[in-house]
Design a protein around this ligand. Structure first.
Ligand code: F6R
Length: 607
């Protein structure tokens, strides 16, 4: 979603702003722009498309000034054209915004009545026009911004820059994250710590409803009630290696390759020194004291939750409901007593997941979260936040965050099994021992990259693809299809294998590749029957299985990928790799924008 940066600096702001916006590219965007105050005057440059277009424009038409704001826009209101590109300017004020102003139509009507016209389709322009209105009514910039903010409904991170005010930025947060960075005699603002990473490590996160009045050497934060607020300044160290491609062609390739390492990190964090038990930090989680869990998330994180349902139910005898956050939050489901609610989110800022957590607050016995960003809103509003320790994930398509989410969820399910008397100490230690061996196995699979590239070359010709799986492989099939469609734009769907005959089999013909994920487990024979039904109708089956599965079924399949045999509970983490690699190589073969697929945003901070 939109990226925001701001600087009151000691050097020319434009190049620093563009670099900071580059670090936010991963969030997804379709146009970009800057505004600065130079010699007391506001000026701006904007360009549609990638940041390189803005950089080229700045070569032709430089933008001087040491105070400035910048924005990458992911269109919500209005097409991604120049008029709608931020910053939006109304006379003496420029504004950048992430989020949605829900009452902009009412505000716009009010301004129209006062004779103020609009020149864009955006909700953000209304914010700039409203601020201009208050400035023209004689309010100083700070007061004008505060009055404007007080009129807004919806979700926003906002940054204001004013004509004649080279030492003032005003930032506001409600629903979309914003961080203030402290330099020496300079100040920065960014949508996240990654944007500010090389500029400063000293970061203050604004809280919901906060407004920050920023000068070059100070910041005053006012909370939603208008009181001065003391917000903690933290040191956020981001390893620069995490935000470059480290020799890989794409961030996604780098992040796929990092999985054995980050999963090992997560295991080290959660296992006792002897590796025989799981320690959940914070106040701990009382699995013996609950009767059920509800797991809520969006997208890939939702598929991690679906996988965890099998684990919690099978390993711990704990009933689990899984819900899509955008459905959960508006369905107002009853939450019975002795229920723990668990929210899974890489970014920790997904608007629907955060709203679902707020709904469950006060209703569920405890609010747990599994997040990658420990300073995120979801982490901060949970009773217990378990980090997945995947490191910064820049590729829009989630890969290492997914397998780290799975790792932490499996550890939770194992711990729950122990707490609820379903697993004895020996059985737990055996499972953990298998899990500790998994990163080495993942490395062996990653070394076979060319096999996946080869299979993907054939998949790239397809217009549609079907993924099938049973049991723990069903959520994996869903994740495989999601990865395929989001980065290769091939229409891919996933079904539980047993559902095939209830409709989707009508789609099968010889042009349809069917990716079947089936380790040789208790359900293998059933999946093979479904596969036969596909092959009998001319469908081309790509079977992902293990050596035993391959031995039992090698007739008539189009292609096979043979993975190492592992403890059945670990198969989702292992089978995630072929799902990711097939999608990645298919996208590369098709020449799509792997790290920033069209229309997608990394952190979905609006509904
Ligand atoms: C797909 C993907 C998305 C996210 C979803 C939730 O590859 O990345 O489906 O999983 O937008 O995002 P988080 O986990 O940040 O809540």
């Amino acid at each position: 979603m939109c990226g925001i940066v701001g600087i009151l600096g000691r050097h020319e702001a434009s190049p620093i702003l563009v670099e900071a916006l580059k670090r936010l590219e991963y969030r997804g965007y379709d146009s970009a722009g800057l505004a600065t105050v130079n010699d007391g005057h506001l000026e701006r440059r904007r360009a549609v498309g990638k940041l390189v277009n803005l950089s080229d424009l700045l070569v032709r038409e430089p933008l001087a000034g040491k105070a400035g704001i910048g924005h990458t826009r992911w269109a919500t209101h209005g097409a991604p054209n120049l008029a709608n590109t931020h910053p939006h300017r109304a006379g003496p004020v420029a504004v950048v915004h992430n989020g949605i102003i829900e009452n902009y139509r009412e505000l716009r009507a009010e301004l129209t009545e006062l004779g103020t016209g609009h020149s864009t389709d955006t909700d953000t322009e209304t914010v700039a026009l409203l601020a201009q209105h208050y400035l023209e009514a004689g309010h100083p910039p700070r007061e004008a911004a505060m009055r404007t903010i007080a009129r807004l409904e919806g979700a926003y991170a906002l940054l204001f820059l004013f004509d004649g005010e080279p030492d003032l930025l005003i930032a506001a947060r409600k629903g979309s994250p914003l961080a203030v960075g402290h330099g020496d005699g300079e100040m920065f603002v960014g949508s996240d710590a990654i944007a500010l990473a090389p500029l400063t490590e000293r970061i203050t996160y604004l809280e919901e409803g906060d407004c920050a009045i920023i000068a070059r050497d100070s910041v005053e934060i006012v909370d939603e009630n208008g009181n001065i607020a003391n917000r903690e300044m933290r040191r956020i160290e981001i390893d620069p290696a995490q935000i470059d491609k480290g020799g890989h062609r794409h961030f996604m390739a780098k992040e796929i390759a990092e999985q054995p390492t980050v999963i090992s990190d997560a295991l080290r964090h959660y296992l006792t020194e002897d590796g025989r038990d799981v320690v959940l930090p914070g106040t701990g989680v009382d699995f013996a004291g609950i009767d059920r869990m509800v797991l809520v998330a969006c997208g890939t994180a939702y598929y991690a939750c679906l996988t965890a349902k099998y684990w919690f139910e099978q390993l711990a005898g704990l009933p689990v409901d899984v819900d899509i956050a955008s459905e959960f939050r508006y369905r107002h489901p009853p939450i019975p007593d002795r229920t723990a609610a668990l929210f899974v989110s890489q970014s920790g800022e997904t608007a629907d997941t955060l709203a679902a957590l707020r709904y469950a607050s006060g209703r569920a016995d405890s609010l747990l979260s599994v997040v990658n960003v420990p300073e995120s809103s979801i982490a901060r509003e949970s009773d217990v936040a378990l980090p997945i320790l995947a490191g910064a994930e820049i590729g829009v398509a989630s890969t290492k965050a997914f397998t780290c989410q799975l790792t932490v969820l499996l550890l939770m399910a194992l711990r729950a099994g122990r707490d609820r008397g379903k697993l004895d100490a020996e059985a737990l230690a055996d499972r953990l021992s298998a899990l500790r061996g998994l990163p080495a196995i993942l490395n062996r699979v990653l070394a076979r990259d060319s096999e996946f590239r080869e299979a993907a070359r054939a998949l790239a010709e397809a217009g549609n693809a079907l993924y099938l799986g049973r049991g723990l492989m069903y959520p994996l099939a869903l994740e495989g299809a999601l990865k395929m469609k989001e980065i290769s734009y091939i229409h891919a769907e996933a079904y539980a294998s047993g559902e095939l005959k209830h409709g989707p089999i009508a789609l099968i013909d010889k042009t349809m590749p069917v990716i079947v994920m089936a380790p040789c487990d208790a359900l293998f024979g059933k999946t093979v029957s479904n596969m036969q039904e596909v092959m009998a109708r001319g469908g081309r089956v790509l079977l992902i299985t293990d050596a035993e599965g391959a031995q039992q079924q090698d007739d008539g399949v189009w292609r096979q990928v043979i993975l190492p045999q592992v403890d059945p509970a670990l198969t989702p983490i292992l089978y995630a790799l072929p799902a990711q690699l097939l999608a990645y190589h298919t996208a590369v073969a098709k020449g799509t924008d792997v790290d920033q697929p069209r229309n997608l945003a990394k952190s979905v901070t609006v509904e």
